[in-house]
Structure formats: C-alpha cells, structure tokens
Ligand binder design. Structure first.
Ligand SMILES: N[C@@H](CCC(=O)N[C@@H](CS)C(=O)NCC(=O)O)C(=O)O
Length: 207
C-alpha cells in the first residue's frame, strides 16, 4: 500500500525528482495527476505548482521540502550527506538547479517544444540560452570529472534535482551539443538513467 501520494503530471521534471527520491528511499508512493488550475488546488500548493506530497493529512509543497521530508520521515538510505559541509554542497546544487539550470534547460525545452508543435521559432531566445547552458555544463563537468556523483561518494538530492532537468535538455539540439562537449557529464547522466530509482520512475518508460 502506498505510504505517500505525489501529485504531479508525468512529464514534470520536478515531479520526477520527487518520484526518484521516493523510489531511492524505498517509500511506496502513488502518483496522482495534479490539475494546478482546478478549484481547491491552492490548498495543496498556494502558488499552484507541482509536485506536492501528501502523507495522510500532511501536505508538503516545494520540491526541496518534499526531498527533505522523504529523507527524514522514513527509514531507508540517506539522501543527503550527514556532514555539514556535504549538506551545504548538496543544498548549493539544489539551489543552482532551481535558480539557474531550470530556467535555462526548461527554457530550451519550451522553445523547442513550441517549434515542434507548429509555433514560431524564437531563434533569438534559443541563442541566448546557449551561453548559460555552456557555463552550467562546465560547472557540472568539473564536479563529476572527479567523482561519480555531484556531491561526495553517494547519490544525493543534488543528483535527483539535476538529472530530470539535464535529461529533458538533451531532447533539444542545444542540449545534445552541450553534452557532447562534456564527457564526464554524459557518463554521469548515463549512470543516472540506469539507476533503478530513475529507470523505474522514467515517465517515458524503463520501469
Ligand atoms: N519551486 C517549485 C517549482 C516547481 C515547478 O516549476 N513546477 C512546474 C512543473 S515542473 C509547474 O508546476 N508548472 C505548472 C505551472 O507553472 O503552471 C518547486 O521547487 O517545486
């Protein structure tokens, strides 16, 4: 029986992060379709975003809070380093993904999706995203060139926040180009895609 419910839509990168973390922790979960525009949804998330986690009467919104809740409320492998510096590093990555990488990577996906579905090509917007993307990939490359995970020697919330964003960015030519110039990042992404908690929750299959 499911212990928690994750309210999201299948293709949401942040929803995937929450599902990855629940799977890694070994917490049984159900996924319920989030209709952010529906009346009453503001009681789940006051800003009408997804994902939202519910655990009985408990409602947790915002992905970082959800990640922390999954890690601390249940038994299972630790999802954050135990030392203060490691914790700070993991939180830095989460913050970097939220503040900089999500706007860039999701921006690319949105532009390319609009073009693929008959919208106007906004070449200027795409061109503007190339430079920040290259800088972000260089930062990731520097980290995963010297270790198998973003932080320390174990999978953490940092990996779970970045993985879906980068995975979807590689559906765009700009994302593929940037990844081709970052071999350690490419290897990290492949290793993440193969990880059971990721493969089992991949919205496009694999579990
Ligand atoms: N700050 C939020 C961001 C979540 C977010 O941007 N979710 C997107 C889907 S990945 C969303 O809710 N989009 C629907 C909308 O904006 O209407 C978090 O960390 O959970």
């Amino acid at each position: 029986m499911a212990e928690i419910i994750i309210h999201t839509v299948s293709m949401s990168p942040y929803g995937w992060t929450a599902r990855i973390l629940a799977a890694e922790k070994g917490v049984a979960f159900d996924t319920v379709h989030a209709d952010v525009a529906s009346p009453g949804y503001e009681h789940l998330h006051p800003f009408r975003k997804m994902p939202v986690l519910t655990h009985g009467e408990i409602v947790v919104y915002e992905s970082l809070a959800i990640a922390h809740y999954i890690d601390r409320a249940f038994d299972g492998p630790a999802l954050q380093p135990s030392d203060v510096l490691g914790q700070a590093e993991a939180l830095t990555w989460v913050s970097v993904v939220n503040a900089y990488m999500f706007p860039t990577m999701n921006g690319l996906v949105k532009q390319r999706f609009a073009m693929a579905t008959g919208g106007e090509a906004n070449e200027a917007a795409l061109a503007e995203l190339r430079e920040p993307l290259a800088g972000q990939l260089a930062l990731i490359e520097a980290a995963v060139s010297v270790r198998p995970f973003l932080v320390g020697h174990a999978f953490t919330i940092a990996d779970a926040f970045l993985m879906p964003q980068l995975h979807y960015a590689t559906f765009t030519p700009e994302g593929l180009d940037a990844l081709a110039a970052a071999p350690a990042t490419e290897a990290w992404l492949e290793q993440m895609r193969a990880r059971p908690c990721v493969a089992a929750t991949n919205p496009l299959g694999g579990g």
